[in-house]
Design a binder for this molecule. Structure first.
Ligand code: NAD
Ligand code: 89Y
Length: 344
C-alpha cells in the first residue's frame, strides 16, 4: 500500500498529540485539517505545515482526497462527524468518549457497518507500554489463572486548566477517565456483564463526579475493582499512571508507582520497570499517554492496510461504553446493573 492520506477534525488540546503521532509514521500524511475555531486551525496548521485548512467538516469531505479521517473533537460532535464520514465511505477514528448516549454510539456503529468502513474508537490507554507489559505477563501464565483484579487511577492533578470543559459537564470522571480504566479491565480480564458503582463529588468547583468505585463481574468469573479519583492528594502525584493488581491461582502481579512491575509466584519474585518511551515530542508526565497515541495510530494503519477492524473498533467499544452507562445508572439507583439489558 502506498502513502496513506488522512484528515483530522478538531485541532484542540489533545489533537496536537495525534498530529505528532501521524507525523512520525513514515507512510502517513495528514493532508487536511478542520476546526470551526479559526485560531485553533491556524495554530495547528502552522505548527504542522498543513496547507489544506477547513472551518467546516462538510466542506473538507466535499473536497476529499484522503483515505481516513481522525475525529479529535469533544463528544457532542462525534455522532454527526462519524455519520458524515460514513456518508462519504471514509474510514474513521473517533476520540473517546464514543458518544453522549449508548443509543448514539449504536447508531454510529450501524452507520459505519452500512457504509462498509472501519471505525476505531481512540481508546489508547490499553496501548500504554505498562499495560502491554501486564497483558504479556498474564498471557505467559506466570501467575496462573487470574481470579481477581484492580485497575486504579487516583490523582490530584489539575486536568481542568488544559481541558476546561471537564469541569462543566454533569458527568466527569467515569465518562472522561474511568472509561479508559474500564477498557483496561476488559483488555486484561475479558468482557464484563454486571456493574456496581458508587460515585462522589469532592471538588465543589466542578459539576460532575470526581470519584468513582466500580465492581465488575467478568464473564469468565474474574471479579475486578476499577477505582478512579481526581480528588486524591498524595505526597507524590502519580498522574497519569494507572496501577494494576492481579491475583492468580499461581501468584500475583502488581504494577505500581513509577511503572514498577512485581510478578510473584512459587518460582520467585521478579521486579522490573515497564516505563513508557519518552518520544522526542512528548512532555512528562504525559509521555505515557502520548506514546500510546502513537501505538494506537500504528495499529490503525496496519489494520486498514490489511482490511481488518481494529481492536478497539466501534463495535468493541460499545461494550466499554455500555459499562460506563451502567456505572452511572448503578450509582444513581444504588443497584447492580446487568449490562446486556442496556445494549440493543
Ligand atoms: P478541545 O476542546 O481542546 O478541542 C476540541 C476542538 O474541536 C476545538 O478546537 C473545537 O473548536 C473543535 N470542534 C468541535 N466540534 C467541531 C466540529 N463539529 N467541527 C470542527 N471542529 C470542531 O478538546 P480536547 O481536550 O482536545 O479533547 C478532544 C477529545 O479528546 C475529547 O473527546 C476528549 O475526551 C479526548 N481526549 C482523549 C485523550 C486520550 O488519551 N484518549 C486525552 C485527552 C482528551
Ligand atoms: O481526557 C482525559 C483522558 O482521556 O486522559 C486523561 C485526560 O486528559 C484527563 O482526564
Amino acid at each position: 500500500m502506498g502513502r496513506i492520506k488522512g484528515a483530522l477534525i478538531g485541532c484542540g488540546f489533545f489533537a496536537v498529540n495525534q498530529m505528532h503521532g501521524w507525523q512520525d509514521l513514515p507512510d502517513v500524511e495528514i493532508v487536511a485539517i478542520c476546526d470551526r475555531d479559526p485560531e485553533r486551525l491556524r495554530i495547528v496548521g502552522d505548527q504542522f505545515k498543513t496547507s489544506r485548512r477547513y472551518l467546516s467538516a462538510e466542506a473538507m469531505f466535499a473536497d476529499g482526497g484522503f483515505d481516513f479521517v481522525d475525529i479529535a473533537t469533544t463528544v457532542g460532535s462525534h455522532r454527526a462527524l462519524v455519520e458524515l464520514a460514513a456518508s462519504y465511505k471514509v474510514p474513521a477514528i473517533c476520540q473517546k468518549p464514543f458518544a453522549p448516549t449508548l443509543e448514539d454510539a449504536e447508531a454510529m456503529v450501524k452507520a459505519a457497518d452500512e457504509a462498509g468502513i472501519a471505525l476505531m474508537i481512540h481508546e489508547n490507554f490499553r496501548w500504554q507500554t505498562p499495560m502491554l507489559a501486564v497483558k504479556a505477563v498474564l498471557a505467559s501464565g506466570a501467575i496462573g489463572v487470574p481470579f481477581w483484579g484492580r485497575i486504579s487511577f487516583r490523582s490530584g492533578f489539575d486536568v481542568f486548566s488544559g481541558q476546561p470543559y471537564l469541569a462543566k459537564g454533569k458527568r466527569f470522571i467515569i465518562e472522561d477517565l474511568g472509561i479508559h480504566s474500564i477498557d483496561i479491565a476488559r483488555f486484561l480480564f475479558g468482557d464484563a456483564s454486571r456493574m456496581t458503582a458508587r460515585t462522589a463529588r469532592i471538588n465543589p468547583a466542578i459539576a460532575g463526579e470526581d470519584v468513582a468505585t466500580m465492581l465488575l463481574d467478568h464473564d469468565n468469573g474474574i471479579t475486578s475493582i476499577v477505582d478512579v479519583s481526581y480528588a486524591t492528594k498524595l505526597p507524590e502525584e502519580p498522574f497519569p499512571e494507572t496501577f494494576v493488581e492481579v491475583d492468580g491461582s499461581e501468584g500475583t502481579l502488581r504494577l505500581g508507582k513509577d511503572y514498577r512491575l512485581t510478578v510473584h509466584s512459587s518460582g520467585g519474585t521478579k521486579e522490573s520497570v515497564v516505563a513508557p518511551n519518552l518520544l522526542p515530542w512528548a512532555l512528562r508526565p504525559w509521555h505515557n499517554i502520548q506514546e500510546s497515541v502513537a501505538l494506537i495510530q500504528k495499529h490503525w494503519i496496519e489494520r486498514i492496510a490489511s482490511g481488518q477492524q481494529p481492536d478497539t473498533s466501534g463495535r468493541d467499544n460499545l461494550k466499554t461504553f455500555a459499562l460506563v452507562e451502567a456505572a452511572y445508572l448503578s450509582a444513581e439507583r444504588g443497584e447492580t446493573i446487568a449490562v446486556g439489558d442496556l445494549l440493543a
